[in-house]
Structure formats: C-alpha cells, structure tokens
Design a protein. Structure first.
Length: 178
C-alpha cells in the first residue's frame, strides 16, 4: 500500500501498476451489480419490528417551545410525508392513491377511529400498517416529527376541515392545552 501511495499519476509505471487494480475493481463492481432478485422485507415484518421499537419509546420527554412551533413542524411533515396519500385536507382521496389501488382512510371523518387518541395516531405514524402505510420510523422520521405530525392532524387539520365540534369559533376547538 505504501508503494501505491508513492506512485505518481503521470508516470507510465504508475498507470501499469494501477491498471490491474482498476480491472479488479471493475470486475467486483460488475459482480456486485449482476442480476439478482430484490426481496424487500415483508410488510408484516417491518410493521412488527417498528411496533416492537415503539413500545420502548417515550414521547413524554419531548418538549416544544410552543404549540405553534409544534403545529408548524407537523404541517411540514404532513406536507412532505402524508399529503401524497391523504391529500391536502386529509380526505384520502388522491390520484396517487387511486393509481396505486390504495385504500387510504380519511383523517377528517367525524368517526375516524383515531380521532381521540394522540397515542394511537403516533403509533400509526411510527409503525404504519401492512395495508401500505409506510413505516415512517424506518424512513427516517424522528420522534419529534412523529409527535408533531400526529398533533397537527388531531389539533389543526381535523378542526380546520370539520369545524369546531362544540360550536365555538375555530380557535376554541379542543387541543393539547384544552
């Protein structure tokens, strides 16, 4: 190796020495890129692995400077990670989903199963499900991002689309501080 470091690039002997190394490297690269079947992990395995990791997580340690900061962060995560399937208003009726034959639930239905559970939404975002929702923990969302987007869906998106449940103005709906 020390001899290779002392070789000069313009020297004909250097080129002759490096040529076999380059050929060997190219062969290794071609061998590594040869035809092979790609088998992604089974969605059930991914979901199970993420579910096992979620059990150990503690969202209680997260702090936000303000609920506005949390909602802003959640909006960003929703726009980049959720909107493609769930749509801007969370209705789940997107061309992306239709083209892929995905059945995407509306996040803003009045009787949505997770409507009253921040823990449930965090779990679903973190773990995904076998039906096609990505395992966002595996795709790189942090605990803070999972928390932010979950709170955004429950406390910002749903009230904005559905209106306040108790007849108050939009700012008087339920939320994390209520």
């Amino acid at each position: 190796m020390k001899a290779l470091l002392r070789l000069r690039v313009g020297n004909p002997r250097t080129r002759a020495t490096l040529r076999p190394i380059a050929v060997l490297g190219s062969l290794l690269l071609l061998w590594g890129c040869s035809e092979h079947e790609f088998h992604p992990p089974d969605s059930e395995d991914r979901v199970a692995a993420a579910a096992a990791m979620f059990a150990d997580l503690s969202f209680d340690t997260l702090t936000w400077e303000s609920e506005d900061e949390r909602m802003f962060a959640g909006n960003l995560v929703y726009a980049t990670s959720c909107r493609r399937c769930h749509g801007t208003l969370g209705l789940g009726e997107t061309e992306y989903a239709r083209n892929r034959g995905l059945e995407i639930p509306s996040l803003v239905e009045a009787d949505w199963a997770l409507a009253d559970s921040l823990h449930g939404v965090r779990y679903r975002v973190f773990v995904g499900h076998e039906g096609g929702m990505p395992v966002f923990q595996l795709s790189g969302l942090s605990m803070a991002e999972v928390d932010a987007v979950s709170a955004y869906v429950l406390y910002q998106l749903r009230p904005d689309v559905l209106g306040p449940a108790d007849g108050t103005d939009a700012s008087g709906g339920s939320g994390p501080g209520s």
